[in-house]
Design a protein around this ligand. Sequence first.
Ligand SMILES: *[C@@H]1O[C@H](CO)[C@@H](O)[C@H](O)[C@H]1NC(C)=O
Ligand SMILES: *[C@@H]1O[C@H](CO)[C@@H](O)[C@H](O)[C@H]1NC(C)=O
Ligand SMILES: *[C@@H]1O[C@H](CO)[C@@H](O)[C@H](O)[C@H]1NC(C)=O
Length: 300
Amino acid sequence: MRLDPRALFLGASVLPRAIAWGSLGHIAIAYIASNFVKENTEAYFQGLLGNDTEHYLAGVATWADSIRYTKWGRFSKNFHFIDAKDDPPTYCGVDFVRDCKEDGCVVSSLQNYTSQLLDSKLWPWQRNQAAKFVIHFVGDIHQPLHVENVAQGGNGIHVNWQGHEFNLHHVWDSSIAEKMLGGNRRKTYDNAFRWASDLTDEIKSGKYLTESASWIDGLLLDDPIATSMVWANESNAYVCSHVFPEGPTAIIGQELAGEYFEKAAPVIELQVAKAGYRLAAWLNLIADRMSGGEKDLGEL
Ligand SMILES: *[C@@H]1O[C@H](CO)[C@@H](O)[C@H](O)[C@H]1NC(C)=O
Ligand SMILES: *[C@@H]1O[C@H](CO)[C@@H](O)[C@H](O)[C@H]1NC(C)=O
Ligand SMILES: *[C@@H]1O[C@H](CO)[C@@H](O)[C@H](O)[C@H]1NC(C)=O
């Protein structure tokens, strides 16, 4: 019998989207970025964010999630993802015109808030807010299920995780990373900090040493859409290869903490490392332009 996958996901639309890319991922990405930004970038963003500690980026990395379901923050609820209307695992691909909703998506939001950061006529509080959105959305766009339409980015698909029922989106946002770090769900900042230090070492002298240069190839500060579409496309490709290797219906009710986890963990790790490194390069470009010089484009 062939099931129409959509029929299985009825009701998905009434579920709120899970808190995006669990806090662990976002905070680790921010710490990695703080390990790679240039000195003047650090000074610039510490000033804008009003925090001169090493936690200036990490401390605001989840702010966008904390406001998205509030009355004030509701306007931003669709800014965390782009629903690629592809057909995994046969065909993956994201298309800005087709997939970005009229009221915005993660790609248009990176453009919106990057251009606000570059607009010195805006109030500092507006650029402060724009910085917090950019720090968060660079993280979101690297989570494969933030670049996928099926069952609202997997929110409507029930799976098992160590014997308990979860939705697939949550597994990719949080469960996989938490298991990698030993399953301790408390002390999020400490865990994220240690994870970020390890991944920073992998970028500087370990397994990501050679490939990391290509992660920031062709960043265009004046074209955040083209730049972030490359990131989105890359992330979305994992939907076919690792999220739904057998298709969306095959995964329903499966236990994912075993073999599936073993394959997914390296993807999560790579995407977190990449997001942090790219965030650093993006913030460097912004700080350079705002302080008048445009030397060392995106160089780390
Ligand atoms: C800086 O951010 C960290 C993490 O959010 C926070 O604990 C600390 O109080 C902040 N410091 C200042 C001076 O705002
Ligand atoms: C751009 O950002 C502003 C300020 O947060 C927001 O009100 C507006 O909806 C955003 N526009 C788009 C197209 O995302
Ligand atoms: C998108 O990713 C696919 C691989 O999944 C690649 O072949 C294609 O060139 C990419 N397109 C863009 C615009 O980056």
